[in-house]
Design a protein around this ligand. Structure first.
Ligand code: GRF
Length: 203
């Protein structure tokens, strides 16, 4: 069966990358395969996960390459060389330029650890999202997978899943619950859905 070529962009631990790799292993993802992992942080553990799975892992950091434009140019060259069909942002802590999102329009998706439009947008990432949810006192939070356009966390929503906030939650405890109950569940499913659409379009 034809498969969409996926590049995963990471900055940190890579548990979402792992969920995608595991879903490929179990057959939950069957219309795509990860061919490349790119990190903007040379110390990201996600790079180890990629290598352990036998996947090409590259670093595109400003420190190595210069400006953001240089990094995005290097990534586009890597994606074109690898024939990438879909770019998956899995804990990638850098906002992509309008030029880059336009170049890959409809081919970039991201996971955000809240129910968009709550607690999202520029500067709203990682643990901060859960700190904001707890400070606002919401009883339900969750995760969202969405297409990426030039507006941070502003693209069309693909999937969402709600997660309960419990009394006494710390940001760390809530982050873990959102990952386990929502992110690692809906992200692989959304990747499969988008890959199967890409395969259909390309027929
Ligand atoms: C996740 O919570 C993701 O939603 C957010 O950053 C975190 C990345 O975790 N954007 P990991 O690197 O996938 O473990």
């Amino acid at each position: 069966m034809k498969k969409a070529n996926i590049a995963v962009l990471v900055s940190g631990g890579g548990t979402n990358l792992q969920a995608i790799l595991d879903a490929y292993g179990s057959g939950t993802i069957s219309h795509g395969r990860v061919v490349l992992v790119v990190s903007n942080n040379p110390g990201a553990y996600a790079l180890e996960r990629a290598r352990a799975a036998g996947i090409r892992a590259e670093v595109c950091s400003k420190k190595l390459l210069g400006t953001q434009q240089d990094c995005e140019g290097a990534m586009t060259a890597l994606f074109e060389e690898a024939g990438v069909d879909l770019i998956v942002l899995a804990g990638f802590l850098s906002i992509l330029s309008a030029e880059f999102t336009q170049r890959w329009k409809g081919r970039i998706i991201n996971i955000h650890p809240s129910l968009i439009p709550s607690f999202c947008g520029a500067g709203c990432y990682g643990l901060k999202v859960h700190e904001m949810a707890l400070a606002r006192g919401v009883k339900i939070t969750g995760a969202t997978v969405h297409y990426v356009n030039e507006v941070p966390d502003g693209g069309t929503i693909i999937a969402q899943k709600a997660v309960e906030v419990m009394d006494g939650d710390t940001p760390e405890v809530l982050q873990r619950r959102v990952m386990e109950q929502a992110e690692w569940v809906i992200f692989p499913m959304a990747v499969e859905k988008v890959c199967s659409q890409i395969i259909k379009e390309d027929r």
